[in-house]
Design a protein around this ligand. Structure first.
Ligand SMILES: *[C@@H]1O[C@H](CO)[C@@H](O)[C@H](O)[C@H]1NC(C)=O
Ligand SMILES: *[C@@H]1O[C@H](CO)[C@@H](O)[C@H](O)[C@H]1NC(C)=O
Ligand SMILES: *[C@@H]1O[C@H](CO)[C@@H](O)[C@H](O)[C@H]1NC(C)=O
Ligand SMILES: *[C@@H]1O[C@H](CO)[C@@H](O)[C@H](O)[C@H]1NC(C)=O
Ligand SMILES: *[C@@H]1O[C@H](CO)[C@@H](O)[C@H](O)[C@H]1NC(C)=O
Ligand SMILES: *[C@@H]1O[C@H](CO)[C@@H](O)[C@H](O)[C@H]1NC(C)=O
Ligand SMILES: *[C@@H]1O[C@H](CO)[C@@H](O)[C@H](O)[C@H]1NC(C)=O
Ligand SMILES: *[C@@H]1O[C@H](CO)[C@@H](O)[C@H](O)[C@H]1NC(C)=O
Length: 513
């Protein structure tokens, strides 16, 4: 449960805050990683360095311009707490300006299976990157680091996997203990195939199987396969993640997942459902961290944008942020009153102090009431528990709305629920950024508890809102862009209908980042 998590490292924060605040003029989010300047897309090579107790993230990066273009590099950042990130130097660079170091992953080669490391390198810091080299064709290449992930040497015998394809990319590699081998999932992108390969040494790869399922869209990208525990049991299942772009049902880019079993050769799903990780428009290409200790869970970060408008959004020096880190588990969740489905449960992970709090309980909201909170920084979290008490008894819309607006109230986003529509909506249309693909209104169906209660946790961070429904059974992430100088600093909960909504509790925390 990472909600309202308070951290005691105020000293550490004091130094970081000033850097973040200095960059605040362009409404840069503070809890979500953004590059200092230039363009960023997919997170790559996420890993935890046990020895240094340090989290590393890499990402698709064009440092020269705030839009996608080659040469494309792996940018790099590190963090002690998955909240405040230090920009690091470029990690891996292409050989030629018309090439790219495309997406991939990092493993820790504790046992030196690759032969890249001598005794001077701690087993927990034997860092090997496996990435796609994008040139005339796309191949899978290796680079290793002898300094804990800051600088890399390319393997002299690259590529390690070449099927003479221009659409073969995004390797995610992990050690499969049970079959004692490295496993790679990688996509034949436009054939809609996730291919599974095995290797004893990261250099020689043997084809195991193909996996095809779900919603095709235009192509598959950024696959992932990881074992995730089922809460309250000693069991776990394997989850296959597949990103699709373009052609998501909500437009553009999205992530789907499949739950199943993996024996070291083949992934077999337990059912025929395509599940979506996040129902918003800005959550793509998620990747899980390598080498996380079991007790820390299964942790992932995604790119918080959408190819439909990523190159066009009104940030100037930099483009795109990453999502918050999410902690994944599995649980059986009511999808409707008759069926429970095994579902990915997502909980955000970050650590901040709370600057200011408001909590109200047990209120039946009337049309004249509102609950108001101000957070000048534009960075706050909220938790709302409510029930609709006269559901379906009328034909008028009865909206419960949380308006999140600029200080002057003129620009806002609106998050809400109507008992007739029985879905949540997020409306970002009352903000100045216009693009026909920048969908104004999105909705999410969520099954309430058997007594009709909903629980929503949200994090608002300058230009992004992440919503988690019913303890993370589904999530919805959307960016929004207010005018320069405006921050989403006011929150107001209200309704247009008397006695429709019982608010069991609403709480807000302004976060000091
Ligand atoms: C390293 O070797 C040990 C002992 O053989 C084995 O149990 C473990 O799975 C190996 N791990 C990796 C990452 O190679
Ligand atoms: C790793 O393997 C290489 C190649 O076999 C070898 O030269 C090196 O000594 C090994 N390192 C360790 C720590 O065993
Ligand atoms: C790779 O594929 C291209 C296009 O299909 C073909 O022209 C070329 O001969 C192939 N190269 C190799 C080494 O097989
Ligand atoms: C897997 O997919 C590849 C690429 O399309 C294809 O060449 C191969 O025959 C497939 N293998 C199996 C066992 O389906
Ligand atoms: C999980 O395993 C532990 C130890 O084997 C056992 O004590 C416990 O009862 C098991 N829990 C469940 C829910 O099966
Ligand atoms: C992730 O969730 C698991 C299970 O609830 C928990 O044990 C672990 O501490 C969490 N990890 C983080 C980093 O919060
Ligand atoms: C909620 O408030 C009402 C009237 O204000 C009171 O009668 C009721 O006992 C309260 N319920 C709880 C759970 O606090
Ligand atoms: C609510 O506001 C309306 C218009 O401002 C007013 O006419 C009405 O009396 C108010 N209702 C209550 C219960 O205060």
């Amino acid at each position: 449960m990472m909600r309202f998590s308070v951290l005691l490292f105020s000293l550490l924060y004091t130094t970081m805050v000033s850097a973040a605040t200095a960059a605040a003029g362009d409404n840069r989010p503070l809890l979500h990683y953004t590059p200092e300047k230039g363009w960023m897309n997919d997170p790559n090579g996420l890993f935890y360095d046990k020895k240094a107790d340090l989290w590393h993230i890499y990402f698709q990066y064009n440092p020269h311009d705030p839009f996608w273009n080659q040469p494309l590099y792996w940018g790099h950042a590190t963090s002690k707490d998955l909240t405040t990130w230090n920009h690091e130097k470029l990690a891996i660079s292409p050989d030629r300006d018309d090439e790219g170091i495309f997406s991939g992953s990092i493993v820790i080669d504790h046992n030196n299976t690759s032969g890249f490391f001598d005794d001077s390198i701690d087993p927990d810091q034997r860092v090997v990157a496996i990435y796609t080299n994008n040139a005339d064709i796309q191949t899978q290449d290796l680079a290793y680091s002898l300094d804990g992930g800051y600088t890399f040497t390319k393997f002299h015998n690259n590529p390690v996997l070449d099927v003479n394809s221009t659409q073969f990319r995004d390797p995610k590699v992990f050690w499969h203990q049970h079959s004692n081998q490295w496993i790679m999932v990688v996509v034949k992108s436009q054939e809609y195939k996730v291919q599974i390969f095995g290797s004893p040494d990261l250099k020689n790869w043997k084809f195991h199987s193909n996996f095809t399922a779900g919603y095709p869209g235009f192509q598959f990208e950024c696959p992932g396969l990881i074992e995730i525990p089922i809460t309250g049991t000693n069991e776990s299942k394997w989850v296959m993640f597949i990103a699709i772009n373009p052609g998501s049902p909500v437009g553009g880019s999205t992530n789907q997942y499949f739950i199943g079993d993996f024996d070291g050769v083949e992934f077999k799903p337990i059912d025929h459902f395509t599940r979506f990780v996040d129902l918003g428009k800005d959550y793509y290409a998620l990747q899980t961290f390598s080498d996380v200790e079991k007790a820390d869970g299964v942790l992932a970060i995604a790119w918080a944008s959408n190819w439909q408008y990523a190159n066009n959004v009104p940030t100037k020096e930099w483009r795109s942020s990453l999502s918050l880190t999410r902690n994944f588990s599995l649980d059986y969740v009511a999808a409707n009153p008759e069926s429970k489905l095994l579902t990915l449960i997502q909980t955000p992970v970050f650590q901040t102090d709370v600057a200011k709090t408001l909590e109200k309980k047990n209120i039946t909201l009337s049309a004249n009431d509102s609950i108001d909170f101000e957070a000048d920084s534009g960075v706050f979290e909220f938790e709302l528990k409510f029930k609709a008490i006269n559901a379906l008894a009328h034909s008028d819309l009865a909206n419960l709305d949380l308006y999140i607006s600029s200080a002057d109230g003129k620009e806002s986003i609106r998050f809400g629920y109507d008992p007739v529509g029985q879905s949540f909506y997020l409306d970002r249309s009352n903000t100045p950024y216009k693009n026909p693909y920048f969908t104004g209104q999105l909705s999410a169906y969520v099954e309430p508890s058997s007594d009709g209660q909903y629980k929503i946790y949200g994090v608002v961070d300058r230009n992004i809102i992440e919503l988690y429904f019913n303890d993370g059974v589904t999530a919805m992430t959307n960016t929004f862009f207010m005018s320069e100088g405006n921050t989403p600093s006011r929150a107001q909960l209200k309704t247009n209908f008397d006695d429709e909504f019982y608010i069991e509790s609403i709480s807000f925390n302004e976060l000091s980042v």
